[in-house]
Structure formats: C-alpha cells, structure tokens
Write a protein that binds this ligand. Sequence first.
Ligand code: PMP
Ligand code: GLN
Length: 387
Amino acid sequence: MPQRLITSKLASFGETIFAEMSALAARTGAVNLGQGFPDTDGPTEVSDAAIQAIRDGHNQYPPGIGIADLRHAIAEHQQRFYGVTVDPDTEVLVTAGATEALTAALLALCDDGDEVVVFEPWYDSYGAAIAMAGATKTVVTLRPGNNGYEFDEAELRAAIGPSTRLFLLNTPHNPTGKVFTDEELSLIAQLCVEHDVLVITDEVYEHLVFDGEHRLLATYPGMAERTVTISSGGKTFSFTGWKIGWAIGPTEILQAVRTAKQYLTYVNGAPFQPATAVGLRLGDDYFDGFLADMRMKRDLLSDGLESVGFTVYRPQGTYFVTTDIRNFGTDDGRQFCLDLPERAGVVAVPNVVFYDNKSEGSHLVRFAFCKKVGVLEEAVERLGALR
Ligand code: PMP
Ligand code: GLN
C-alpha cells in the first residue's frame, strides 16, 4: 500500500460538517437542526410525477444536457420570476444538484493557480471544488452590522483585481441568511466588469427570501456574458435527495461547463427531471405558501433562540439562522456544538468551518429551521436547559 493516499489537494478536507453532525444527532437522539434538509416531503404533484415517470419508462440515461421538458421549464421559470430570457437548448445545462454545477463550472473555468474570490463564510463544497480545480481562494469577510451581514467595500476592492479569474457569489447566502442588495450587487458587477472576471452565482435559496428581493447578478450591466447562474430543485421543492440542479449561462461558457460535467456524472436522475419540471411550473400559490410557511418557521426559531439567550442574526433568506453563543460564556462554537446534544439534546453546526479566518467565525453557530413546527418547538424547549 503506498504511503501517500489522498492527494495534497484534498488532504485538508475531512468528512463534511453536515455528515459529522447528522451522525452525532443519530448517535445521541438529539433534535437535528444541523444539516439543512426538510423533515417533510414536498408537493405530491411533484412526487407523483416522479413515480409516473418511472412507470412511463424514464429510466435510462437522459440526454447529456438534460431532458428538453426540464430545460424548457427552467427557461420558463427564469422568464416568469425574473423576466430573463434564456434559450433552453443552448443556455441551460441540467446537473446533479447545484453541487455538480458548481464543481463542473470551477473545473471548467479555472486553471492551476487561478484566483477565485468568494465571501466568507462560504458554503462547504466551494473550498473543496476550488482546490480540486487547482485554483486558490481569496475571501472577503461578511460581518454582522446594523443592517444584517455586511462586507467592507475596501476589502472587496482589494480582493478583486487583475489576478482574479472568477468571482463566486451565493445569494441568498448560507449560512448567514443574507440577501445581497441592489447596491451591493451593482458594486460587485462593476468590479467584475472592470477586471474582466468570470462569475458563478449560487442561488439555491432563490425562493426563500423573507425580507428584500432576490436579484440575479447576471442581470446587471455587462454581467450576462460572463455569469453562470446556478440553482437546483432541492430546496424549492423540499426534495433535497433528488439532486436535480442546473446552470444557466452564455452558450460558450456552458459548453465549457458541460465538458467537465459529462465526465463527472455524465447525467443523473432521469425520472426526477420531468418531476422537477412539474415543480417549476406549479402555480404562485405553491411558491407563496412555501415561503410563508418558512417565514413563520424562521420567526419561530429566531424568537425561540433569542428567548433562551442566544444573540440572533435574523436571516433575510435561506433555511438557516446564525447565532452568537458568547452569552453562554464561550466563544468556541465547535466545542459548543459537540457538547450541545448532551447539554440540551439538540444538534447545530459551528459556522467556523465555513471560514478561512477562523477568529471571524469561532463564536457563531447555525441552526436550520426547515423542520416541522413541533420539532422546532421541542428544540427551543430543550435549549432552555442552557439558561
Ligand atoms: N449551495 C448552497 C449554498 C447550499 O446550501 C447547498 C446545500 N443544499 C448547495 C449549494 C447544494 O445544492 P444541491 O443539493 O442542489 O447540490
Ligand atoms: N446545504 C446543506 C446545509 O448547508 C447540506 C447539504 C449537504 O449535506 N452537503 O446544511
């Protein structure tokens, strides 16, 4: 057996925090507010469509770019919600979740040594995918301010420069729940155009904006030709295990992404593709009802966490609420999360794992509220033990 197994590119990436914390929850019987997945199924029209698709024989490899019906539904969705016109045949690529779209885009667009600028905290797969691409990560820190999480304009200007190859933006943002504003997106767009930078946006929480409005960076001046817009059906339809995602962008950039994608999975989820098309075409009542339900859960958990003594950064979007744990006499979020099942029977995620600058995130802990009301109430009651 060779001495050296995992490559130097991947050596620093152990098990994901989500797997670790879900295992901890399973082991201890704690309420799992760690990994972000709903504990109820999505709309039956959508799951029935998947069952029907299996019965109808949608069980072999779909086309490499995704089935036509889903690509058309994705294009219709962009028109309906954002007034953006995309060509379903050349500007849409179906992927194995947003994760594959992100990884394929980074592998396709970054060479060894290229610089990728991203806000920290960043979603966990970004670090690994940037490393697999041989690129390097430059971070700009998001910090809680008077208007929710903010960044320092000077820090952003210092980060995006002549050596930047790509800018990677997540809005609505996991784990902070930040929804980037028009003003912030204008500045980012202006810098990306000025320095001729490629852009990837991760918009998997696009239908989970409680305050403010979801805006597409691709719609800002000069951005359409340089931006890959990524999303997926997992969050919007509460079927996170189906892993149907997509990338939208200019034909030439998507061709590059497709080159990488076809050697990662080639294709996936044949029966889930037509079902996701059904989801994307659901009426406004579905999207409105989903949002209202999640907003209520955001408030329930945020208020509950506040009542037991956490400092709460109420999220504008996503599945997650970030808290400051220092009121409990510690700033070690990782140890706090490891101890939490025993102290209070709840599992959460330490935000520090999403930071390069560990001191920026060590005292922050994330809780997921995409759970049944009774589960959230039970979690808050248990957390009362911390008082
Ligand atoms: N991006 C962000 C910000 C996420 O939180 C997640 C987790 N669901 C993903 C991407 C991955 O999405 P998918 O499950 O579609 O691969
Ligand atoms: N996106 C989910 C979260 O942030 C987890 C997805 C995963 O386990 N990779 O919790």
